[in-house]
Design a protein around this ligand. Structure first.
Ligand code: SF4
Length: 236
């Protein structure tokens, strides 16, 4: 058996063990410090693979990859659609005005970037015109093919963190995580479930912060959703 086959076999076995409800990480037999170190190193390993990834055409036109950032012990993941202009420059998710608004939303319910994990469905910037990366207004949502190519990375991040709740920010993330075609106006505010093998995580879809900047009327719905998130987390 060659090295590549051995590596793949090891990965598959690890996934099966981690997805088992009897896995020691899940039942709390592993001390939390050790869990944190393990999660951090596995998230870093995913980020390294993302940095080399060319699985879809976005890999050829990106500035920096944006794998995601936050606590390796996060109980809450916030997932958006993909990096934009600023994120592509900095390699960080949710920077710029939409990121600042997300920071304020987190603070309003007693959370911070350091306490949660923030990521996107795709890790490289989708552009309307890749020949003009500096042009403003050049961002676009990821295509179904790009979402499909990149999905293994977010799926792996979710398996590593096994969070209590995923907040899906916007239509693209909500539909992709819930495998739904419903509009975000119908999905938002209703608890749903993300499933991956035996892993099941509660999902709360809400509007993307960029949508709130365009239409401040939506803020009252997001505030309702964040109160529901806070109530869920207060249950322990
Ligand atoms: S968007 Fe995802 S699949 Fe496409 S090149 Fe970037 S990391 Fe790879």
């Amino acid at each position: 058996m060659g090295n590549d086959e051995l590596l793949e076999l090891t990965r598959r076995l690890r996934r099966r063990v981690e997805q088992s409800p009897r896995c020691c990480w899940r039942v709390g037999l592993v001390p939390s410090g050790e869990r944190k170190t393990n999660s951090a190193s596995r998230l870093a390993e995913i980020a390294e693979r993302v940095a080399r990834c060319q699985l879809c055409p976005l890999g050829r036109t990106r500035g920096k990859t944006v794998p995601g950032a936050g606590s390796p012990e996060a109980r809450v993941m916030f997932v958006g659609e993909g990096p934009g202009f600023m994120e592509d420059r900095r390699g960080e998710p949710f920077v710029g005005p939409a990121g600042e608004l997300l920071d304020r939303i987190l603070a309003a319910i007693g959370l911070s970037r350091q306490a949660v994990f923030i990521a996107n469905m795709v890790k490289c910037r989708p552009m309307k015109d890749p020949s003009r990366p500096e042009a403003r207004g050049n961002d676009r949502p990821p295509s179904p093919e790009e979402l499909s190519a990149c999905r293994p990375y977010i799926a792996e991040q979710i398996r590593v963190l096994a969070p209590r709740v995923i907040v899906a920010l916007g239509a693209v993330a909500a539909r992709a995580l819930l495998v739904s075609e419903a509009p975000i106006g119908r999905l938002r505010g209703t608890w749903a479930e993300y499933r991956d093998g035996s892993l099941a995580v509660k999902v709360l879809p809400t509007y993307h912060p960029a949508a709130l900047l365009r239409n401040p009327e939506l803020k009252k719905d997001v505030w309702k959703d964040m109160k529901a998130l806070r109530a869920e987390l207060e249950q322990g």
